[in-house]
Each structure stands twice: as C-alpha cells, then as structure tokens.
Design a protein around this ligand. Sequence first.
Ligand code: ADE
Ligand code: ZN
Length: 350
Amino acid sequence: MKKINLVERVSCHEQVASSEFVRQLPKTELHLHLEGSLEPELMFELAERNNLDLPYASIEEVKAAYDFHNLQSFLDIYYQCADVLRTEQDFYDLTWAYLLRCHEDGIVHIEPFFDPQTHTERGIDIGIVFQGINRALLQAEQELNITSGLILCFLRHLSEEQAMECLQQAKPYLEHFIGVGLDSSELGHPPEKFTRVFSQARELGLYAVAHAGEEGPAAYIVSALDALKVDRIDHGVRCIEDEALMQRLAKEQITLTVCPLSNTRLKVFSHMSEHNILELLDQDIAVMVNADDPAFFGGYLMQNFDALIEHLDMTRLQGVKLALNSITGSFMLADQKEKHIAKLLDIASQ
Ligand code: ADE
Ligand code: ZN
C-alpha cells in the first residue's frame, strides 16, 4: 500500500488529540482475547446460570483480586474465571457484550482471539465454542456494521503435540476462523517450540500471529518472524532492546499489536508515562492500540487511547497514524481497507 503523507492530511496535527476525535476515527482491534473481556458481572451471571460456585463473594472481591505483579499472576486468575463459560449461549453472551463495547468505541473491524484448549481441557466441545462466538460475530456484521475474522490461539505453556491436536479438532470449522496465534506464559516457551504446528496452519491457508516480546526477550520476536513466519507480532514492545530488529520491523512494516493498559497492569512498564508506543510510532514502526484483556486491565480500546492522551500527550497526528496502522495491519481485503482509510482521512482533515 502506498505511503500516505499524513502531516498534510491531518488538521492541527501537532495538537494533543481529544478523546472524542479518536473515538470517531474508524479503527480496528487486532489483539483482544474474548475470554479476557469477561466482566465480573457477567461472570457472576454465568456462574449462577450454570450452578457453579465462584471463589469470590462479590464483584468488589473479584476486582480486588485483579492486582497483578506479572503475566503469570494474571493468567492464573484468567484461566480460573474462564471456567464459568460452559454453553453455546455463554460464548455468545461473552462475545456480544464485547461487540457492543466495540460499537461505542468506533471500532469497524475486529480480529479477536480465543483459546480453545482452555475449554476443551474442561470437556467442552470445540464446536460449542465456535458456534457461540460466531453467532455473535455474524449478528454484529448485520446489526452493528462491524466485520471480523476470528483467530484461534494455542497455549504456549502446553506442548506442540497438544497444539497439533487442537488444530486437528478445529479443522471441521476452518470456515469459522482466519488465523492462528500463540499466547499464555511467554518466558521459557519460545516461538520455535511451535514451528511444525504453525507450518501446518499456514499450509491450510491460515494467517499466523504470535505474542512475542511482551515479557520475553527481543529474540522471541525474531524467532516468531523467522521460525513461525508470522504476519504480525502481538505486543512486541521489547523490540526496543535490539536496534537491528527495530530497523527490520520498520523496513518490513510489520504490525505490532500493542496493549498499553495491559503492559502497565502486568508491570512490563512501571507507569504509562514510561510506555514506548509513541517512541516506536515515531521511529516508523507499525504499532497500533488494543485492549488485550479489558475486563482485567481496566479498560476497552478508548480507555487505552485516553491513557496515551493523558500520560503521553498523544497528538492528533499520532492518533490518526495509530488508527491507520490498525486498518492496514488487519487481514481485511484491500477494497475494505481503502473504504475505511478514505473515511479516516476525511474525519482527520476536519
Ligand atoms: N492471554 C491473555 N492475555 C495474554 C497476554 N497479555 N499475554 C499472553 N497470554 C495472554
Ligand atoms: Zn494478549
């Protein structure tokens, strides 16, 4: 895609952006775990509907437990919470609630993640999960004008054989997802552990993405690109530790799906004012903004943008660049991308 000179196209480009300006811009979300959008209120509702006991007495108690010191301390609670998801209707309700939030935030397209192994390990059929999620995604296309492509993530703390088994189980549902991803505990589980399963997925015509360089080193970003041949990197903020990698990411315009609130809640950065997203953006790296696990990290997409405005003085130009990167970095078809970009430039110039 031809590079657009945004300085010429964005009015008052050096001004700090307003939240309302960013909300209006067409944006995509490419790094969102559906299980991570399970709000405590819905968790209690589903626990009651499925006759389950929760280890928490109240919503306040749940929120107090969301005090994380690293990725693993979050994942332990996150997998426990997902246990309330049992039926097709549960997966539909979870996905629909997220889509309503997307609509409020001006999101026009999503490529959300789900972790089938978290559910199949508990005896839930993968078909139930696909059907519930897809019913909501189809409804959103018709009623909210939000398009989507679902991404199936393998859990990297499990073995490659288990990931292979998961891919095998998902094969009858190939028309329901567009790509595979890699998430869960990063340290000690380098991307190359999953080389064969990613190769098989790509042979099936699926896109590939992977979490890398969140807690793990910059070398994991390199091996996600070279061994897994991913199309995008999820997080990737630790690329800043490797100058050659930074140059490669900029040259090849590899999208990094960055999650600011997640990174501060999981202590990847000690404070939002320390976050490097705008520094990467200004070095021509194709970063874009996402919520990751909004129910656990204190906010959906617009709250992530609001944090960049408040703590990093994000300008209108930077806001438009981030929105543009979210469109170009997606797996939408070229004509769909062009339609959203035209609207983006129109709003940006006003
Ligand atoms: N699963 C859900 N959120 C995640 C994250 N931020 N990193 C790795 N795995 C995850
Ligand atoms: Zn994530």
